[in-house]
Every structure is written in C-alpha cells, then in structure tokens.
Design a protein around this ligand. Structure first.
Ligand SMILES: *Cc1c(COP(=O)(O)O)cnc(C)c1O
Length: 436
C-alpha cells in the first residue's frame, strides 16, 4: 500500500474507532445499522393528492388510454422541457427503444456498450439485430469512441450511445464516426432525463433519444418511456408504429405494435414533472453529502457529475478499488447488505456475460478489458427522496470503518464459516423497488 494512503487510512481509523468498532458490524452477527432496508431506486413520488385528482379526471372522462388528454399534455410538457419538437410517450423504455430501432430500419449489427442495462442489447436482439459490444472509457463509464471504428463491418447499421448515470456520452465524437461511416446514431437516455450535455438538454442529439420513466428512474410514470426527436418524418412513423399502424379509424398503413402509455401513467408523470425540481434538489443534496463524506477517503472514487451541466444526480456511484483498499467491492456490498443498505452492483457482470450474449459471443470479454474491470468496482448507493442525509452519514461511516480496518475485517471474515452464499438473490417481489 502507498505510504500516504496508509497514513491517511490509519489517521481515519483512529478517529473512527472512538465512535464504532469493526466488531460492531452486522456481518459479525450484530444488529444492522438500519432497522429497515434502504434501497437504490426507491421511487420518487410527488404530490399524491394531485396524482389521484388527475386519475379521477381520467376516470370521470372515461378516457383511459389511446393518446388521451393527459398523455398529450405530458408529451407537450416534456418536449418543451427538453427543447425538442416531438415527444412520443410509450408504455416503457424498452418498447420505445425497440420501436425506434425498427422505425430507423436498423439491421445486421449495431454497436453498443456492454456496460449498460441489458434492455439496450435486448431491444436489438429481440428483432434479430446483433449487438456488438464496445468497450468504455473508465473515466466516464460511457462507450469509448476510440474503440468503435475497429468494430465496424459491412453489416453495421448504427450506434447506440448510452448517457450513463445521467452524464452525456461523447456525443460529438460519436456523431462524427456515424457521419463518416453512414451509420445511424441514437441514444439510450434512460438515465438522463432533465440532464444537459454541452449546455444543451439531452433529448435533441442523434436521430432520436429514448427515455425510460420506470419507477426506479429519477422521473417516473410507474412504467413508461418516450422517444424524442426533432425529425418530423421519423416522429410520424413512430406514432403510427406505436399504435398498430393506425392512420385513421379503420386505416392501417404500416406494421405496428402497441406501445401506448396509459392515462394513469401520464397522471403520475404530470405530477412528477411538477415535483421534478424538488426530486433533483434532494438528489443533489444527497450527492453532495456523499461527496463530502468521501472526501479524503483514498481508494474510493465517487463518479463525478459535471457541475457545469444540468444533472438529475439520480445515481451515486462509488468505485471501490480492491488493489488500493484491500477490500473487494463484493465484500463491501455484503457488509452493507448486512446493515440493511441494499447497495447494487450495476451493471454486473456486463451484458456480454448475460444470456443470450454469453453463449453467442463467448470471447467478447477479451475486447472489453475496461468494462470487465469496471464491473468489479462499481457500487451504487441509495439516494433519492426516500433517503436522508443522516442515513447517508451512517452509510458512509460503515464504509469508512471497513476501509480503515480492511485487514482486520478480511481476517475476521476469513475465519468465519462460509455458510451463506455471497449476496443471496432478493425476492422477486422487491424488484420494482430495487430497480435495475
Ligand atoms: C431502465 C433502462 C432501460 C429500460 O427502460 P424500461 O422503462 O425499464 O423498459 C433501458 N436502458 C437503460 C440504460 C435503463 O437504465
């Protein structure tokens, strides 16, 4: 270990030992720090009375779906917020991606990062388009433009950039590569609602961008999503495809599917938009608290949000470097789970190690060294309107205690019975609260 690092850790460990001892940790059989579980992605809920009022309005109108007045209002407000011409609201982000991919007639192969939620890959493979996984830049966690050109083949038709954690990916470089190689460029902006890139709101880049309004996202409509674009023709085509290809009462002019958002989702969305600034300021407060708690704690990197951009601060990402701190990310997660802090390791183990991609491309990992390293380091910590600053201080105290006493913690754990498997699967019922 570096001497400076060792010194810093031992100074902190002296400070910490006065308040808590390693033997206090719940993983050694003590009661957890939190009586109730703290989750990543617990939904932000705005003014409940207002949500119910809007739902009642829809019920009274007897207009529950099929591009009703609430969905229309939501689409107008989102388009205005993002400064785009068209917003087509949909039932979820995955279907929005699938429809956009189909509307653009992507085919053959499409280049995407492997470090993303698996839906980015599935939306392609579902329609028999091959996702080609590209490595990431470990600084930004986003697709590395320098690694794209070597992946382009005669079958390549497009690139999907993912604005991971709400931070815009390298839009300029990707646009240039797409232009030079006649590829279509779209963005999975599921994390990046109300975020900007280069001072411009995310939503207007590429051919189109896709948002998810899933319950775990910063802004939610229970389930929901949208395609936004400035392209009139593309928007018209997507609207048709979103509603079975109906161009009039009895007139189907295109193959389509059913991707419509319901009025009840739009009621939630409109109320969420009213509360969006409040959600974001809580997220920002929480993020700043984590940042100040982690300050000077070597070996842990908090993923930086660019203060010059609009951000939703919805994800607090800690990178735990085992080589520096002597504790694996997985061990840290296990310790936190014992304390009822349900931290998550998004997007472990990477899409390329999930089926069907693992079987289809068994050697993909060899081309993805940065992705493979990052998936071992990332730990997503609880934030959002369900988490307060006192809880954050307590979470950070546990992390600090472990890092400052890494050797002791590891030694004690090595001597205990290895009975329970590392990070037992959560019951499926908690999925909606724990997110993706
Ligand atoms: C959430 C998410 C999706 C899928 O959105 P759903 O609304 O859950 O279908 C796609 N891509 C990324 C990066 C996501 O985080």
């Amino acid at each position: 270990m570096l001497p400076a690092l060792r010194r810093a850790l031992s100074e902190m460990s002296i400070r910490m030992k006065t308040s808590r001892d390693v033997s206090d940790l719940a993983i050694f059989g003590n009661s957890p720090a939190f009586a109730e579980k703290l989750y990543v992605g617990r939904p932000n809920v705005g003014d409940t009375t207002k949500v119910l009022e809007r739902i009642k309005e829809a019920l009274d109108n007897r207009w529950l779906t099929n591009h009703g007045p609430l969905v229309q209002e939501l689409e107008r407000r989102i388009a205005k917020l993002l400064g785009v011409k068209h917003c087509i609201a949909m039932c979820n982000g995955t279907v929005a991606l699938e429809i956009l991919i189909r509307a653009l007639e992507l085919s053959g192969e499409v280049i995407i990062p492997s470090f993303t939620f698996v839906a980015t890959a599935h939306a392609l493979q579902w329609q028999e388009i091959t996702p080609v996984f590209c490595d990431i830049n470990p600084e930004t966690h986003s697709i590395d433009p320098r690694r794209i050109e070597e992946l382009i083949t005669p079958r390549t038709s497009g690139i999907i950039g993912v604005h991971l954690w709400g931070r815009g990916c390298d839009v300029e470089q990707l646009s240039e590569i797409a232009r030079n190689n006649s590829l279509k460029l779209i963005f999975d902006a599921a994390h990046a609602f109300a975020c900007s890139h280069g001072g411009k709101m995310i939503g207007g880049f590429g051919e189109a961008e896709v948002f998810s309004f899933h319950a775990t996202k910063c802004f939610n409509t229970f389930e929901g999503g949208a395609v936004v674009t400035n392209n009139d023709e593309l928007a018209a085509k997507i609207r048709l495809m979103n509603n079975f290809g109906f161009a009039g009462y009895d007139n189907v002019i295109y193959i389509g599917t059913n991707g419509k958002m319901s009025e009840i989702s739009a009621a939630m969305g409109l109320t969420g938009l009213d509360g969006l600034n409040d959600f974001i300021s809580v997220n920002r407060r929480n993020y700043e608290r984590y940042r100040s708690e982690f300050e000077g704690l070597p070996g842990v990197r908090l993923f930086p949000h660019d203060q010059a951009e609009e951000g939703n601060y919805h994800y607090v990402i800690a990178e735990i470097d085992e080589e520096l701190v002597g504790v694996t990310r997985d061990l840290m997660m296990e310790i936190l789970w014992a304390e009822n802090v349900i931290a998550r390791r998004y997007f472990y183990p990477g899409c390329h190690r999930m089926e069907p991609y693992r079987s289809l491309f068994p050697t993909a990992g060899g081309l993805l060294p940065k992705t493979e390293e990052l998936t071992k380091r990332v730990l997503v910590l609880p934030t959002g309107t369900a988490v307060n600053e006192i809880q954050i201080a307590a979470i950070c105290e546990i992390i600090r205690l472990v890092l400052c006493n890494a050797k002791e913690v590891t030694a004690r754990l090595n001597s205990r019975h290895l009975s329970t498997p590392l990070t037992a699967a959560e019951p499926i019922t908690s999925y909606a609260r724990t997110g993706q």
